[in-house]
Design a protein around this ligand. Sequence first.
Ligand SMILES: NC(=O)c1ccc[n+]([C@@H]2O[C@H](COP(=O)([O-])OP(=O)(O)OC[C@H]3O[C@@H](n4cnc5c(N)ncnc54)[C@H](OP(=O)(O)O)[C@@H]3O)[C@@H](O)[C@H]2O)c1
Length: 319
Amino acid sequence: MPKPVFVILGATGNQGGSVVFHFLSESAYSLRVVTRDPFSPKALALAAQGIEVVSGNFDDPSSLDAAFKNASLIFSMTDFWSLMTSDTLRKKADASGISPGFYIRDCEAQQNRNIIDAAARVETLERFIFSSLPNVTELSGGKYRHVYHFDSKSTAGGTSVLYAGLYLENFLGESKALFCPKLKGNTLVAASSQPLTMAKIPWFSVVNDTGSLVAALISSAPGKNLIGVSEWLSLQDIWTILAQTLKKDIEFVDDISSDFGQGDPEIKRDREEMMGFLIEFGFDGGRNDQTFMRPEDLNISVKLQSVRDWIEKQDWSDL
Ligand SMILES: NC(=O)c1ccc[n+]([C@@H]2O[C@H](COP(=O)([O-])OP(=O)(O)OC[C@H]3O[C@@H](n4cnc5c(N)ncnc54)[C@H](OP(=O)(O)O)[C@@H]3O)[C@@H](O)[C@H]2O)c1
């Protein structure tokens, strides 16, 4: 009896990579990953682990039909940021007269429609897990309309939805400058402005825990909308844990000089309105929408890494 096929999108990235890692050790499914380039080093590394690697592009529905053939499960995600930083799409946006943020929001929404439509054509499909973000325009009653990378994922629906919280991995890599305090002598200096850095935000490790969250959705009845969260903490809470871990003092300076847009006014507007929404309404819009669930609401055990444990396991030597 062949094993059910689990098709994973974004497997060369954070979310999909975590799903692959989680399910690789389970013998229940035959994993198939979809990439634009089956010969990239990451795709070759997946193939070397015995995973079926197929070519597919979210912009090309026929490639998705081929990639989804005989699938029992599909994990779906799309990547706003590679679209937002694409020169080609920015030029197309300029030529269209539509602002880049709205133009690219609609490009990602179209990718999600392509994926959902292709999934709907799969007769063998038992479960579709859709990585999304809340619709900020709707939840804020139109107050915040420029959180493009949230609204772009909410025009689509799925049988099981994962609303990914903020990545703890934002404290590393390229986004580190936006999130991390600076170490001066024996003191962590955190540029803190309130209420921005006091708002409780859902955090999780995308690398460690996306797979567990997806597994929890698969074990639950279809139709659940799960927030991907290990802990709801403010930035100040996280900086305090970081200082405790590093055995440093911490100083909060009432100043926020970070450029949220990293030089791009459209990205700046998106991120500033996102923070405004999180402060004023909360990630789940103040729980006005009762369909948002937290892992503890699923009534099954979902083991997620604590923020402190995640912080303790990272290398902070270049702070
Ligand atoms: N940063 C945060 O705190 C946060 C929180 C919640 C949600 N998010 C959302 O998470 C998303 C990014 O997820 P991630 O971190 O997993 O991304 P990532 O690590 O940058 O990886 C992107 C993945 O998407 C695939 N991909 C991109 N465009 C594709 C296309 N046209 N066709 C097929 N595959 C494509 C890439 O595959 P190939 O390159 O192999 O084709 C790659 O596997 C963003 O949309 C963001 O809004 C971020």
